[in-house]
Each structure stands twice: as C-alpha cells, then as structure tokens.
Design a protein around this ligand. Structure first.
Ligand code: IPE
Ligand code: IPE
Ligand code: MG
Length: 255
C-alpha cells in the first residue's frame, strides 16, 4: 500500500507537473451529434482520445491518470447505450491490456463491479494482476463509480473491521478505492460542463480544477498541455497565505 498522504493532514509535495491527473471525459455524445453520427461513434472516438492522453501523460512524467468512464448514475441512460458502453469497455480491455503492460503501465479499475458482467470483471482482475508490478504510470478507470458510493463502502468496511473504534481520516482513507494513489493535483472536465458529477468527492479536496469546452474525442496532447499550463499558473496554498509561501521559512505541518 502507498504511504498515507492527505492534503488536509499534511501539505502534499507539489511540482510543476501534476503527479495525479483526474479527468471527467465528457462530450462524446455531442461530438457525434455535431457530425450527425450515432452517440456510439463518439464513444468510439473517445477510446482513441484515451490512448493519446495516456501517451502524453507518460511523456510529461505524470504518475497517475484517473479517467471517469461510467458513473453510478449512467445506468439511467437508454439500455442500448449502456450496453454499447459495456461492449466498448470489454473490447478495450481485450485489445489494450497487453499494450498497457508492454508500456509499463499499472492498470486499475475503481467502482462497484458487482453490477458488471462476470466476463468483464474477470478481464479486469486479470489485467490488474498482470500489470500490478508496473511503475511508469498508474492508469485508473472509474467504472460504475460514484464518490458517495466510495465514501460509503469505505465507511462500511471500516466499521466491520474496526467495530467500536473511532474513525479517523487516516483509518477511513485506507478503505477508499484510490488508497494506492496520491490525491489528484489536477482535475479536468471536458465538454464544457462545470460540475463534478459525483466523481472523486473525498479525494478532490485540494485539487486544482480545469474546465474546457473541448469535447472528449477532440482532447489530446495539446489540450492536456493547456490544462497543465493552467495548473502551473495556480498558487496552491493549502490553507496558508501567499506570504507564507513566498518566505523561505520551513512549511509548518497542518493540524
Ligand atoms: C461522456 O460523454 C461519456 C460517458 C458519460 C460514458 P457523454 O456520453 O456524456 O457525452 P455528452 O455529454 O452527451 O455530449
Ligand atoms: C460524467 O458525465 C460521467 C462520465 C464522464 C463517465 P455525464 O455526462 O454522465 O455527467 P452529467 O450527467 O452531465 O452530470
Ligand atoms: Mg455527458
């Protein structure tokens, strides 16, 4: 397990390149609609954008990339679209996992997998096991994921394993589904919408937010660089003052 790091308990390491980028990949449907194509065409192009962004993240030294692929609320979509998304997910697993492994990528899936076809779950588990030792980039796909689900499942498991114990941030964090990664430094949402849509609610406590009108199928290395440039221009204070940051005094621990 990764060392425990929490942006509210201690000031995280922050450099020019975000260690962890989390993206809400939105706008596939609108991309397709603008071309008089079915929505699925947009989802297909979305998979290509994933390939490009993974490559670009590796080239820029990003350690963790987390992609929101299917939310716990996306089951509300028409049955046919849900089914197409599942098929695309399975196909991508079958076709891409070998390549991910060849490129030294550790692959992870977070979300409530109990609702998924066992064939997909089996592919996921095998892909995670195959790539577990890789360290170049940790690629996490959030599937049937919801931020509230995550906090609740953590609370329930924590209570079951530590009955009667006081729940601390440190203890609860161990049960969150992204316990293996530092918290996101940069949150990106494509497609013009400016909302979190129940993504990593707990983990985004001190993330920098970047919203872009670029639709996900059009998002690539250039758009990622724009997001990183914007990230670099921010002053991440974590509760402190600008003056404290400017002084060379050692930074006090939070709490
Ligand atoms: C994001 O694109 C992909 C998923 C949510 C699965 P959308 O399908 O939400 O595209 P828009 O928002 O309708 O354009
Ligand atoms: C958020 O996109 C979820 C994913 C990208 C997987 P949605 O398109 O589902 O979000 P809302 O419904 O517009 O908030
Ligand atoms: Mg959308």
């Amino acid at each position: 397990m990764a060392e425990f790091e929490s942006s509210t308990l201690a000031i995280p390491r922050a450099g020019d390149v975000p260690r962890h980028v989390a993206i809400v990949m939105d706008g596939n449907g609108r991309w397709a609609k603008a071309r008089f194509l079915p929505r699925v065409a947009g989802h297909r192009r979305g998979v290509e954008a994933v390939r490009e962004v993974v490559k670009a993240c590796i080239a820029r030294g990003v350690e963790c990339l987390t992609l929101f692929a299917f939310s716990s609320e996306n089951w509300r979509r028409p049955k046919e679209e849900v089914s197409v998304l599942m098929q695309l997910f399975l196909k991508a697993l079958e076709q891409e996992v070998g390549k991910l492994h060849g490129n030294g990528i550790r692959f992870k899936v977070i979300g409530d997998l109990s609702a998924f076809d066992p064939v997909i779950v089996d592919h996921i588990r095998r892909a995670e096991a195959l790539t577990a030792g890789n360290a170049r980039l940790t690629l996490t796909v959030a599937a049937n994921y919801g931020g509230r689900w995550d906090i609740l499942q953590a609370a329930n498991r924590c209570r079951a394993e530590h009955p009667g114990e006081e729940v601390t941030e440190e203890l609860l964090s161990r049960y969150l589904s992204m316990h293996y990664a530092p918290e996101p430094d940069l949150f990106i949402r494509t497609g013009g919408e400016e909302r979190v849509s129940n993504f990593l609610l707990w983990q985004l406590a001190y993330a920098e937010f970047h919203f872009t009108p670029v639709l996900w199928p059009d998002f690539g290395a250039e758009a990622l660089d724009e997001a990183i440039a914007s990230y670099r221009s921010r002053e991440r204070r974590f509760g402190r003052t600008s003056e404290q940051l400017a002084s060379s005094l050692p930074q006090p621990k939070a709490g």
